[in-house]
Design a protein around this ligand. Structure first.
Ligand code: GLN
Length: 542
């Protein structure tokens, strides 16, 4: 059975608990252990699929079609272990299951309560499918003390008892702030946070302390004393020049060694961190720089395009260049001349998105890229924008648009009402619920031999993850091809265009899926590798 590591957070949110969990997972993996990571989110939405990126950041999609928390993206980028639906659960989903079970009469007349019924359901989720894994890392969203998080904390407290001393560890992430005026690091918030944790019966085994300045040994001892943790298990986690340095940095301060000791493991092999060394060396020593404009909608929130900005950075690692992103709100192009903003970039990317706002601006950005021969990458909604722009400007289809935003004269993008997943027929209509009714998860695609994408991937069959309702309308495909925009990737049944490109452009590719979800720092996605290579080439031309 898997050993469990529970990762909780205190003091403030946004300390990077997801990243810390992911980096710890990678570090244990580097020691030869098999790991799996899970996230428990205390909010009441059944999944984050219906939440605005402004609220929640990116929605990460798994191969098996779950819409999940963006921390699962960190887990995958650090460990390359594909996450699944079972790796993210919310209070909403837990309560939904409990209530459904109650309605079926399966509680046999008993009063249904948070303890034990909700907590039992949480425990079931945590333990499901963990066979064959050495360490299951389980991150609890939010911070200790949040009302909605209580059932989760209670469930992991109980699990600690159920599993026994050598089979679980509690890691608590806190903040040790530096007060400039006093010139001191402050340990009190950490003491309070641990007090809160102990009040609900959890004694942390390891404290991971985020700090912007090194924590002197005296302070580590003091934290340890007040929090009932040995000083060597008070692990400083300082800000790093790149997140990908975290596995090495954690190892240097003994995080993994101490954690393994909690499990009674004293003779584990040393970690092989060579692939992380490669990543860190590449980040620190780029040979050049490219500027990429990302023209989208959710620009104020850094996390809205998390996987995308990481995948672009990975493309930079593959080409040994630093990738600087210009995050541009597409609405700007509806007011001003687009040129001024795009004149100095080496590539333009229009990412995924929903709804009408900013659409015409995105179309302007596509036009600029197409006419000025700037490398262009359209992802999902970005592909839709590319199709609309070429339909209008190249193919003479005035009034071309998407049925997502009304009733255009030429619906070049429209709703598919039926499609095949595996051997099952899936259906949807305009009025189907918004939650979970999209084409979601991994679908195969067949690439046209000789096309640019076939060359980029180096093979003719691929599998990529989707999250969308609308599709390129096949009825327009022939007409668009006659004017230069061709389909170069199809669903295996030949019904859904998955990739389109303009062959006589330096690099103009639109994809219906989200390739950014499958890029890893040590294994950059072929499309991002190739897009950045094209941007590097373009940079040399100007
Ligand atoms: N809004 C579009 C659709 O639903 C694209 C979605 C996306 O970009 N992920 O089809």
């Amino acid at each position: 059975m898997a050993r469990l590591i529970f990762i909780t957070g205190g003091v403030v949110s946004s300390l990077g608990k997801g990243l810390a969990s992911a980096a710890l997972g990678a570090l244990l993996q580097a020691r030869g252990y098999k790991v799996r990571l899970r996230k428990l989110d205390p909010y009441l939405n059944v999944d984050p699929g219906t939440m605005s990126p402004f609220q929640h950041g990116e929605v990460y999609v798994t191969d098996d079609g779950a819409e999940t928390d963006l921390d699962l993206g960190h887990y995958e980028r650090f460990t390359a272990v594909s996450s699944a639906r079972a790796d993210n659960v919310t209070s909403g989903k837990i309560y939904q299951q409990v209530i459904e079970k109650e309605r079926r009469g399966e509680y046999l007349g008993r009063t249904v309560q948070v303890i034990p019924h909700v907590t039992d359901m949480i425990k079931e989720f945590i333990l499901a499918g963990s066979d064959g894994v050495d360490f299951l890392l389980c991150e609890i969203g939010g911070t200790v003390g949040d009302i909605e998080g209580l059932p989760f904390f209670e469930a992991i407290r109980q699990l600690g008892n159920d599993l026994g001393r050598d089979n679980h560890a509690f890691v608590h992430l806190t903040l040790v702030p530096y007060l400039g005026a006093a010139g001191e690091l402050k340990t009190k918030p950490t003491q309070h946070s641990v007090k809160e944790l102990r009040a609900i019966g959890i004694q942390p085994d390891i404290l991971l302390c985020r700090a912007e300045k090194p924590i002197p040994d005296d302070e580590r001892r003091k934290i340890g004393l007040f929090c009932n943790v040995p000083a060597q298990r008070v692990i400083p986690a300082l800000d790093l020049p790149t997140i990908y340095q975290a596995p090495q940095a954690y190892h240097q301060v003994g995080f993994d060694t101490e954690l393994l000791k909690v499990f009674g493991i004293h003779d584990a092999p040393q970690p092989d961190l060579s692939k992380w060394q490669w990543v860190v060396d590449r980040v620190k020593n780029p040979e050049g720089e490219v500027r990429i404009a990302v023209v989208g909608k959710y620009m104020q929130v850094k996390d809205s395009y998390k996987s995308l900005s990481e995948a672009l950075a990975h493309g930079g690692l593959a080409n040994n260049v630093k990738v600087t992103l210009e995050m541009i709100d597409s609405e700007i192009f509806e007011r001003d001349d687009a040129a001024a903003f795009l004149e100095n970039v080496n590539g333009i990317l229009v990412p995924g998105g929903f709804g009408e706002r900013g659409v015409e601006g995105k179309i302007q950005a596509v036009k600029f890229a197409r006419e000025r021969q700037v490398p262009f990458f359209g992802i999902c909604y970005g592909l839709h924008m590319a199709v609309i722009e070429t339909a209008r400007d190249l193919a003479g289809l005035e009034g071309a648009g998407t049925t997502e935003n009304g009733r255009p004269r030429h619906p070049v993008i429209s709703l598919m009402t039926e499609w095949v997943k595996g051997n099952q027929l899936e259906t949807r209509t305009e009025s189907t619920d918004l939650g979970g009714t999209m084409r979601l998860g991994a679908y195969p695609a067949v690439l046209t031999p000789g096309s640019r994408v076939a060359e980029v991937y180096g093979r003719n069959e691929i599998s990529e993850r989707h999250r969308h309702r609308y599709e390129v309308n096949v009825n327009y495909v022939k007409h668009l091809a006659e004017h230069g925009l061709v389909v170069s990737g199809w669903s295996p049944d030949g019904r859904l265009p998955e990739i389109m490109e303009i062959p006589n452009h330096p690099w103009f590719i639109g994809v219906q899926f989200h390739p950014e979800l499958k890029s890893r720092p040590f294994d950059p996605h072929p499309l991002f590798r190739s897009f950045i290579a094209a941007a590097v080439k373009q940079g040399r031309l100007v």
